[in-house]
Design a protein around this ligand. Structure first.
Ligand SMILES: [Ca+2]
Ligand SMILES: [Ca+2]
Length: 375
C-alpha cells in the first residue's frame, strides 16, 4: 500500500493544496481513497467534495453512533415488552390448563368417594369414624403437583333447616340452636332468641311474624335496600348475613357445628362431637359427656337404642325419662349426607373443592352441591 506523508487533516491545512484545487484533485482523491477506505460514502468520493466529506467524518461518526444506540434501545425495549407479554400469555395459558386438569382430578376424587360410600353402605348398617370412608387420603403425587382429600360426616352438625318440620316450628331444635348461640356464639340469651325467631320466619313458608322479634317481608321491604324474605329452606350459610339479628362473630364461632341440609336430617350419635353431645345432654357434666363420647368412639353403636344403656345416660334416665322422649326423634347411627374436601396443587395453583354427597337408602351416591375455591 502506498504511503502518504500526511493525513487529510494536514492536507486540508496545506496552503498549496487549497490554492491548487484542480491540480490537487487527483492527489486528494488518491489520499482519500487509500487512507480512508473505511469511508462509508467513498463511492461518491471525488475531488474536493469528497475531501470535505472525509474531513467531516469524526462528526458524522458521532451521529451515526447515537442513531445506532437509539435504534438498539428501541429494539431492546420492544423485545423486552414482547418477551414480557409472551411470558404473561404463557403463564395465563398454564394457569388455564392447570385449572382444567385440577377440575378433572377433583371430579375423579368425587367419583372415588362415591364408590367408597356405596361400598360402605353395602357392607355396614351404621356409620362411624372407624370406617374406611373417614380415612384421610394423604397427599398423592400427580403430574406437576399433588392431590389430597377427606370425607366427613355432615350429620354430626345442627341442620338449620330442621327449625321447621312439616311447616311447623320444632321447639326442641329451636332451643338447641339458642343454646349453641349462647354457649359457642357468645351471644346473650335475648340476642340468640331474636336471631332464631328471625331465622324461623326466614325459613317458614308463611308471612306471619314469630313474636316478639321475628321478621317477614314487612321488615325486609322497609330496609334502605329492600329485599324479600326467603320463606324457604336455607341453601348456604352465607345467606345468614341478610337475616335480621345476624351477628358475624357468633355465626363464625358456631360454623363448625351447623349445616344447611334438607330439613328432617337426624344427628349421628357415632360421629357427634363433645360440644354437641353436651348441648343434647345439658344435665350431664363435661367429664361425663367426654366419657360418653370416648366410649362411642371406641365402640360405635350398632343401634341407636344402645345409646340409652351407656352408663352415664342410663343413670340419668332413672330420674328423668323425658330426656329419652326429647332426644329419640333427633338421633340415628347412619348417615346420608357427607362432605368431601379435596385439595389439588398444580404448579402455582391451589384449588379446594367442597362437595356434598348424598347416599340414599339404596346406597346410590350423588353429588348434590359443589363449591370451588381457588388460591
Ligand atoms: Ca358405614
Ligand atoms: Ca316466613
Amino acid at each position: 500500500m502506498p504511503h502518504y506523508p500526511f493525513s487529510p487533516m494536514r492536507l486540508s491545512e496545506n496552503t498549496d493544496f487549497r490554492q491548487n484545487k484542480a491540480k490537487n484533485t487527483v492527489l486528494a482523491d488518491k489520499i482519500v481513497w487509500n487512507n480512508f477506505k473505511h469511508c462509508p460514502r467513498r463511492g461518491e468520493a471525488y475531488g474536493h467534495a469528497d475531501y470535505r466529506c472525509v474531513l467531516r467524518q469524526p462528526h458524522n461518526k458521532g451521529i451515526a453512533l447515537l442513531t445506532c444506540l437509539v435504534i438498539v434501545a428501541i429494539i431492546t425495549i420492544s423485545v423486552s415488552k414482547l418477551t414480557a407479554t409472551e411470558f404473561l400469555a404463557i403463564r395465563l395459558t398454564q394457569q388455564l390448563i392447570h385449572k382444567e386438569q385440577a377440575k378433572l382430578y377433583l371430579l375423579g376424587a368425587e367419583s372415588l368417594s362415591q364408590l367408597v360410600l356405596k361400598e360402605d353402605g353395602r357392607q355396614t348398617k351404621i356409620d362411624s369414624y372407624q370406617e374406611n370412608w373417614s380415612n384421610k387420603m394423604p397427599a398423592m403425587p400427580i403430574e406437576g403437583g399433588s392431590i389430597q382429600g377427606q370425607l366427613d360426616d355432615l350429620q354430626n352438625k345442627l341442620n338449620l333447616n330442621n327449625l321447621i318440620i312439616d311447616n311447623k316450628v320444632n321447639p326442641h331444635f329451636s332451643q338447641l340452636l339458642i343454646d349453641l348461640l349462647t354457649q359457642q356464639g357468645k351471644l346473650s340469651n335475648n340476642e340468640a332468641s331474636l336471631f332464631v325467631q328471625s331465622l324461623t320466619d326466614w325459613i317458614d313458608s308463611n308471612d306471619k311474624v314469630t313474636l316478639p322479634e321475628g321478621a317477614e317481608d314487612f321488615y325486609y321491604l322497609g330496609l334502605t335496600k329492600p329485599y324479600r324474605c326467603a320463606n324457604t329452606q336455607i341453601n348456604d350459610l352465607g345467606e345468614l348475613k341478610i337475616i335480621k339479628g345476624f351477628n358475624e362473630q357468633a355465626i363464625e364461632n358456631i360454623k363448625p357445628y351447623i349445616s344447611t341440609l334438607p330439613s328432617g336430617t337426624l344427628l349421628n350419635i357415632n360421629t357427634l362431637s363433645q360440644t354437641l353431645m353436651s348441648l343434647l345432654l345439658p344435665e350431664l357434666s363435661s367429664s361425663e359427656v367426654e366419657s360418653i363420647v370416648n366410649t362411642i368412639k371406641k365402640r360405635p353403636l350398632k343401634d341407636k337404642n344402645k345409646f340409652w344403656s351407656i352408663n352415664e345416660i342410663s343413670n340419668l334416665l332413672k330420674n328423668n325419662n323425658d330426656i329419652k322422649n326429647r332426644l329419640n326423634p333427633l338421633l340415628t347411627v347412619k348417615t346420608h349426607y357427607f362432605i368431601l374436601k379435596t385439595e389439588v396443587k398444580l404448579g402455582q395453583l391451589v384449588i379446594n373443592l367442597e362437595s356434598i354427597l348424598k347416599r340414599d337408602e339404596n346406597n346410590s351416591v350423588s353429588v348434590i352441591k359443589r363449591q370451588t375455591k381457588y388460591y
